[in-house]
Design a protein around this ligand. Structure first.
Ligand SMILES: [Zn+2]
Ligand SMILES: [Zn+2]
Length: 286
């Protein structure tokens, strides 16, 4: 597993590679626009060039970088205004991904409000199709992330992810990211190595392991099935170190990027460095 982190790209995108190096990250996730604002300036050519130059000097490979989209985007927004804004923002995210040469574009599917979850899966697929077409992108893969199922968010069951891919006209352009915190909050036990394997088997049976482009490795503050999206440090709370060790050493995901999105540490130490050290210490010789 290529152990990495979500690093800040504020200021200049290329600075994320410096932070990744300092943390010992082997894979990298970034935002390319504000995660909490609709408006975004187009990428400057100098920023794109700087990004590509820094990447070329890095040990992080072509399949080990992922963009996370803005949290505002709701691909199945039932209300018109929100849907229109989401379509524009998501299309822009795909364009940026293509400009930066980043293959993976990770997004949460969306929240259905009063609508049904099955309706939401079809709507997410339709929006993804429409935005892929509008973007003109040929390389970018849309990566749908499983969610904690907070509020009316869909994507907390692997069946939702399967149904989104199944409803798309471009199933080969859609891959998946599995977040450990979200899986646990969504009801998949990760309290032991055996439970982790059981979660992976359900994933295999529902969507197939070959669809998994990346993992997000996060502890969970809440208990199993609590449906709250609250990340914790690695090895703290209900997701055990044994479960993480099982995943980190899993032969099926030997080359899969896995990024941390853990919260800051109260001690002031770098959360990513500390948690990456913990995860690397779990590695067993294969
Ligand atoms: Zn995540
Ligand atoms: Zn989360």
């Amino acid at each position: 597993m290529r152990l990495g982190a979500h690093e800040s790209a504020a200021g200049a995108l290329a600075t994320a590679f410096d932070l990744a190096r300092e943390d010992g990250a082997e894979s990298l996730q970034i935002f390319t626009r504000s995660s909490r604002q609709w408006a975004a300036k187009p990428l400057a050519q100098a920023d794109i060039d700087g990004w590509k130059a820094a990447w070329a000097l890095s040990d992080i490979g072509p399949n080990e970088v992922m963009i996370h989209t803005s949290y505002l985007i709701n691909l199945c927004a039932p209300d018109e205004e929100n849907r229109v804004k989401s379509i524009a923002a998501f299309t822009d995210e795909i364009v940026r991904s293509e400009q930066l040469g980043i293959r993976w574009l990770n997004t949460h599917p969306g929240a259905v409000k009063e609508q049904s979850e099955s309706w939401g899966c079809v709507e997410v697929a339709a929006t993804v199709d429409r935005c892929l077409e509008a973007s003109g992108a040929v390389n970018t893969m849309v990566v749908i992330e499983n969610t904690a199922g907070q509020g009316s968010n869909i994507g907390y069951r692997f069946e939702h992810l399967r149904d989104i891919i199944g409803a798309s006209r471009y199933p080969d352009r859609i891959a998946l990211c599995i977040d450990t915190c979200h899986a646990f909050a969504g009801g998949y036990d990760l309290g032991s190595a055996e439970a982790c394997e059981e979660m992976l088997q359900q994933l295999k049976q529902t969507v197939g392991w070959d669809k998994v482009a990346a993992f997000h490795l996060n502890g969970s503050m809440g208990g199993l099935g609590n449906r709250k999206d609250r990340h914790d440090q690695i090895g703290v709370g209900g997701i055990t170190a044994e479960a993480f060790a099982h995943l980190v050493n899993h032969p099926a995901f030997e080359n899969t990027p896995a990024m941390l999105e853990t919260p800051p540490l109260e001690s002031g130490e770098r959360s990513f460095r500390t948690n990456l050290d913990r995860l690397k210490a779990m590695r067993r010789p294969s």
